[in-house]
Design a protein around this ligand. Structure first.
Ligand code: AKG
Ligand code: FE2
Length: 471
C-alpha cells in the first residue's frame, strides 16, 4: 500500500486530542465527525471505533453505512441471538465482495506476495488474528505509553536470539510478571534459551489496571472465534476452556527508529502450552506486523500418530532418544512438496497503529511465524517520537512450571515445540533440549549437538484442554 494511503487510513483511528504529524484538513475532520455523529444517532450502542471502521469500509458513504446499520437493527429485532455479532458479519450481509464467513482454514497468500490488510475487519479473513483499534481510552493509552517510555531505556538489547527467537536486527525488551510471588519463582527457576532471567520486572500500575480489560476482551474474542470460525463451533483441541484466558506475564518490546525490528519467529510455548492465545498491544509509532503460514492447522495431531505403528506411547517411553520421525526426512518428494507448499506461502502485513490490540489466536504460534518488519521510514508519534512500544500479554499455564517440565540430558528444563515440517507428524508437540533446538526440528538432534546441546526429544502429551499429561 502506498505510504500516504496507509497513514490516512490509520490517522482516522488516532486519538483526536493529539497533534498528528500529518494532520488531515479541517474539512475532512469535520465531515468525518459529522458522519460519525449521524451514524451514532442510528446506532448508539456501537463504539465510535466500530462506526469509524464501518464508515471506512463503506468508502466514507454515510448512506451505505446507515443502510447496513438499519439492516443490522432490524435483524436484531427479529432474532433471539444474544451474542454480539462482529462488525465483519454485518458488513458482509449485502456485500458481494466480502465473504460472509471467515474461512477455516484460511486461503493461502500467493507465493512472493505481501497482502496489506487495510481495515481491521479484513484481518481475520487472512490471518489467525483479530485487531481492535482504539483499544484503551485515550488518556489510559497515553498514561501507559508514558510509563513504558520511562522503562524502555533500561531494557536489554538482544542482537541474535531473544528467548528462542531469532532477532534479525536489534531491538530491546524486558519481561514482566503480574505479582511479586511470580517474580520470585521466575528469577529462581524459569529458563529462557538455556539460562535463568535475572531481569524480571513487575507490571507497571497501568499494566495492572488494564489487565481485566485485556482479559475480558481476549475471552470475548476467543468465544466469538470459536462460535463463528472453528469447525462445528467448538474450540480447537488443547485450547483452554471457555473464559479461562488470564494474564500472567508480558514481554515489553521497544523498537527505536525505523530499522529496529524482530525477525521471523513463533513464540516459545514452553510455559504457555499448546494453542496459546497472545494479546499484543501497540503504542507509539505505527509499524508493520507480518505473518506467514509455515504449517497446516492440524485439528487432531495425536489421532494421526496413534494410528501409526510404533505409537506415541511407545515413543514416549523411549524417553531421551531421538525419534527417527524427526530426523531429517527432506529427501523424499512427498516431504519436499509438503514443505514447499507451506513454507512458500506469501505473507500478510497488518499495520498496527497506536493503541491497537492484536489478538494472536490459538493456531498462530504452531502454524505461523510472525515478525516486525523494518520500515523504510516512520511517521513520528507526538509522545513516543520514533519509538514503538509493544506489550505481549501472555497466559502461562499453571501446570507448566519448571519443576514439572522434563529435563534433558544437559540437566536443564526442555523447551516445548510443535512439529511444523514433518508430514504425518504435523502439529504434534515435543519436549526438546534448550540448546540449538530452535528452527530445524528436522535435524534437531544434530543441530543441538553441534551447538552444544544433547539432542534430547520426547513427545509431549496433553488432554483436550491442553493440560499436560505426564507419564
Ligand atoms: O512487537 C511486536 O508486535 C511483536 C513482538 C513479538 O513478537 C514478541 O514479543 O514475541
Ligand atoms: Fe513473538
Amino acid at each position: 500500500m502506498p505510504p500516504s494511503r496507509k497513514r490516512n487510513f490509520f490517522a482516522a483511528f488516532e486519538p483526536r486530542n493529539h497533534t498528528s504529524p500529518e494532520p488531515t484538513t479541517a474539512t475532512d475532520d469535520e465531515s468525518t465527525d459529522f458522519k460519525l455523529a449521524l451514524l451514532a444517532s442510528l446506532q448508539p450502542d456501537l463504539p465510535p471505533s466500530d462506526l469509524l471502521e464501518l464508515l471506512l469500509t463503506c468508502n466514507g458513504s454515510v448512506e451505505r453505512a446507515s443502510e447496513l446499520l438499519t439492516q443490522r437493527a432490524s435483524k436484531r429485532r427479529s432474532s433471539t441471538i444474544t451474542t454480539q455479532s462482529s462488525l465483519a458479519s454485518y458488513i458482509s450481509t449485502s456485500s458481494s465482495t466480502t465473504p460472509s464467513k471467515i474461512p477455516f482454514p484460511l486461503p493461502p497468500v500467493p507465493k512472493f506476495k505481501t497482502l496489506h490488510l487495510t481495515t481491521p475487519s479484513q484481518v481475520p479473513f487472512h490471518a489467525p488474528a483479530t485487531l481492535h483499534p482504539s483499544f484503551l481510552p485515550t488518556a489510559t493509552a497515553t498514561k501507559l505509553l508514558t510509563e513504558c517510555l520511562a522503562e524502555a531505556p533500561t531494557f536489554g538489547r538482544y542482537e541474535f536470539r531473544l528467548f528462542e527467537r531469532n532477532v534479525s536486527s536489534p531491538h530491546t525488551a524486558a519481561f514482566y510478571v503480574k505479582d511479586e510471588e511470580m517474580a520470585t519463582r521466575h528469577r529462581n527457576s524459569y529458563m529462557y534459551n538455556g539460562s535463568a532471567l535475572a531481569d524480571v520486572r513487575l507490571f507497571t500500575p497501568t499494566m495492572t489496571a488494564i489487565t481485566p480489560l485485556v482479559e475480558r476482551h481476549v475471552n470475548n474474542a476467543i468465544r466469538q472465534r470459536v462460535a463463528e470460525v472453528y469447525p462445528h463451533g467448538r474450540k480447537l483441541k488443547y485450547m483452554l476452556p471457555d473464559g479461562g484466558w488470564h494474564v500472567t506475564s508480558a514481554f515489553m518490546n521497544c523498537y527505536d527508529g525505523a530499522r529496529q525490528s524482530v525477525g521471523w519467529h513463533s513464540d516459545q510455548l514452553t510455559y504457555l502450552g499448546p494453542r496459546t492465545v497472545i494479546a499484543s498491544l501497540s503504542l507509539g509509532v505505527e509499524r508493520e506486523f507480518r505473518l506467514r503460514r509455515v504449517a497446516p492447522v492440524t485439528l487432531d495431531p495425536d489421532a494421526e500418530v496413534e494410528a501409526e505403528a510404533g505409537s506415541a506411547a511407545a515413543q514416549t517411553k523411549d524417553s531421551g532418544k531421538m525419534d527417527p520421525a524427526l530426523q531429517n526426512t527432506g529427501n523424499t518428494t512427498e516431504t519436499k512438496k509438503d514443505e514447499e507448499k507451506w513454507q512458500s506461502e506469501g505473507q500478510v502485513s497488518i499495520h498496527l497503529p497506536h493503541n491497537s490490540l492484536l489478538v494472536m489466536h490459538a493456531e498462530c504460534q504452531e502454524s505461523w511465524k510472525h515478525s516486525v518488519y523494518p520500515a523504510p521510514t516512520i511517521a513520528p508519534h507526538p509522545l513516543a517520537g520514533g519509538k514503538r512500544i509493544n506489550i505481549t500479554f501472555r497466559c502461562y499455564r499453571r501446570a507448566l512450571t519448571p519443576d514439572k517440565i522434563p529435563r534433558c540430558k544437559c540437566g536443564v528444563t526442555c523447551v516445548l515445540k510443535a512439529v511444523q515440517r514433518v508430514p504425518g507428524k504435523m502439529g504434534r508437540y515435543f519436549w526438546g533440549c534448550q540448546v540449538g533446538n530452535q528452527w530445524k526440528e528436522g535435524d534437531a538432534a544434530q543441530a543441538g549437538r553441534e551447538e552444544g546441546g544433547c539432542g534430547y526429544l520426547l513427545w509431549a502429551r496433553f488432554d483436550d484442554d491442553g493440560e499436560p499429561v505426564w507419564e
